[in-house]
Design a protein around this ligand. Structure first.
Ligand code: ZN
Length: 138
C-alpha cells in the first residue's frame, strides 16, 4: 500500500483529514486506511441531476372510487371504482364541478368549526389561568 502524503492535512486517532484529490480545496474526514478522497462537490459534478417527476392531477373528484356510480368524461361507468363495460356510454356524465364545489364548501365549514373549537379551548384556558392567579394571591 502506497501512502499519498501530499494530501494528508491532519491526523487524529482513528481518523484523518485528506485534501480532495480533484479540486484540492476541501478537506474530508476519512479513516486512517484511506489514501485518496473525493469531496461531495466533485462527486456531484460527475452525477446527473435528479429527475423531477411532476405529479399529473386527475380531473376526477376526490373519492370517486367510493361513489356508488361515477361516469367520467369519456363515458366510462364505474360502480364503486370498478369499470362496468356494459353501461359505458349509456349513462349521463357525472357533474364533477358540482361535486368539487360541495367538497370546497364542506372544507370551509370544517375549517371554521376547527377554528371555533380552538378559540373556545383558548378562552377556557385563559379563564382557568385567571382563576388560578386569584387563588395564589389569597
Ligand atoms: Zn473536490
Amino acid at each position: 500500500m502506497k501512502k499519498n502524503k501530499d494530501c494528508l492535512i491532519n491526523s487524529k486517532g482513528s481518523s484523518k483529514y485528506l485534501e480532495c484529490s480533484v479540486c484540492k480545496v476541501r478537506e474530508v474526514k476519512v479513516g486512517i486506511e484511506s489514501i485518496r478522497v473525493v469531496c461531495w462537490k466533485c462527486c456531484l459534478k460527475n452525477v446527473d441531476p435528479p429527475v423531477v417527476r411532476s405529479i399529473v392531477k386527475s380531473d376526477r373528484p376526490k373519492g370517486w372510487q367510493l361513489m356508488k356510480e361515477f361516469v367520467d368524461k369519456n363515458g366510462d361507468v364505474y360502480h364503486k371504482g370498478k369499470l362496468v363495460p356494459e353501461l359505458c356510454g349509456k349513462v349521463p356524465l357525472t357533474d364533477v364541478e358540482k361535486i368539487k364545489s360541495v367538497h370546497k364548501k364542506n372544507k370551509k365549514n370544517r375549517d371554521e368549526k376547527k377554528e371555533k373549537k380552538l378559540v373556545n379551548i383558548y378562552n377556557k384556558k385563559k379563564k382557568k389561568n385567571k382563576k388560578g392567579k386569584k387563588v395564589d394571591k389569597k
